[in-house]
Write a protein that binds this ligand. Structure first.
Ligand code: TZP
Ligand code: MG
Length: 208
């Protein structure tokens, strides 16, 4: 069962020259309870090296590590899970190739994806993006709060909202029906990632 509330999606680029592991551990101290390593520009050995370093740092905090769109890295580093998008290896194939996968996340960019066997195979669905964001620009739907409400009414799966979420809009996104907020810039690029995570976590708890 996926019952996390504040999901850090991290890459070295997003950390603005700071050490990724330091940013991640600070964010966890602030209230992040699941982390996804999303490195789109690394080859497998470099991705794996970074994943192993991050995973080791997270052990004392018991925070699960999810790998973005790389089954080999996810299995090699014994991550808790994997997150895939619409054009990646589909969730049904992930289940077949990695039966012990603990968290399987799937991005929903179109409403019709919701009624598929792949969506049914996922542990959570990510509404991507909830708001347009400079962090990822090759997107289709901007779900907005109305979209969250609509999808909430259609599924009982945990919903993760991602895209331009920050302290100021976090409570509204939760009240619209998201179970968990996934964040890159508002934490990774914050002057103090621990404080930024704590402020967002507080908004989530207030809105629940
Ligand atoms: N998928 C949909 S939006 C997004 C991803 C990876 C990026 C979210 O980044 P930010 O900086 O929190 O808007
Ligand atoms: Mg992809």
């Amino acid at each position: 069962m996926f019952n996390r509330r504040l999901y850090l999606v991290i890459s070295e680029d997003a950390c603005k020259g700071r050490d990724l592991v330091s940013v991640a551990t600070a964010a966890v101290k602030g209230g992040v309870d699941v982390i996804q390593l999303r490195e789109k520009h690394l080859d497998n050995p470099a991705f794996l090296e970074r994943a192993l370093r991050l995973k080791e740092a997270l052990v004392p905090f018991r925070v699960p590590l999810v790998i973005n769109d790389n089954l080999w890295v996810a299995q090699q580093c014994c991550a808790t899970g994997i997150h895939v998008g619409n054009s990646d290896l589909p969730p049904l194939d992930i289940r077949a190739q990695w039966p012990s996968c603990g968290i399987l996340g799937y991005s929903i960019e179109y409403e019709k994806q919701l009624c598929t066997a792949d969506a049914a195979a996922a542990d959570y669905l990510a509404l991507s993006p909830v708001f347009a964001t400079a962090t990822k620009t090759d997107t289709v739907t901007e779900w907005k709060l109305e979209g969250i409400r609509k999808i909430r009414a259609m599924t009982d799966k945990p919903l993760v909202a991602i895209g331009a979420i920050h302290e100021g809009n976090a409570a509204g996104v939760i009240r619209a029906g998201a179970d968990c907020l996934a964040i890159v810039s508002a934490i990774c690029a914050a002057p103090d990632p621990e404080k930024a995570a704590a402020a967002i976590r507080l908004q989530i708890e207030k809105a629940l």
